[in-house]
Design a protein. Structure first.
Length: 104
């Protein structure tokens, strides 16, 4: 393992590192905003339109719209995580590797 001191200020001032950091922040913040919007929409439905969520999905069904919407909210978290992983693996990992190679 390399024990040389690392100049973090020099790394932070590199344009390729700043591009990597900006891309990662943009992706993470964008997906977080999407997830928050989905979640708070669900919470607002619970607060302001509980009758809508209480309706059965079909006549005589014991499954309500709220259960389906709740499952969709949870599934959207998995989907957004998968999007992050796919994007990070396909785009950001290459940028990280390039930064590491130029710094060492």
């Amino acid at each position: 393992m390399d024990t040389r001191p690392v100049d973090l200020d020099a790394i932070a001032s590199r344009s390729d590192f700043r591009k990597l950091s900006a891309a990662r922040n943009k992706l993470g913040n964008g997906l977080a905003v999407i997830m928050a919007a989905i979640y708070f929409t669900f919470i607002c439905m619970v607060a302001f339109s509980p009758a809508t969520l209480a309706q059965p999905i079909a006549t005589g069904s014991s499954i309500s719209v709220g259960i389906v919407v709740g499952v969709v909210v949870m599934a959207s978290g998995f989907v957004l995580t998968a999007i992050y992983v796919f994007y990070a693996s396909s785009r950001l990992d290459g940028m990280v590797k390039a930064v590491r190679e130029t710094v060492q």
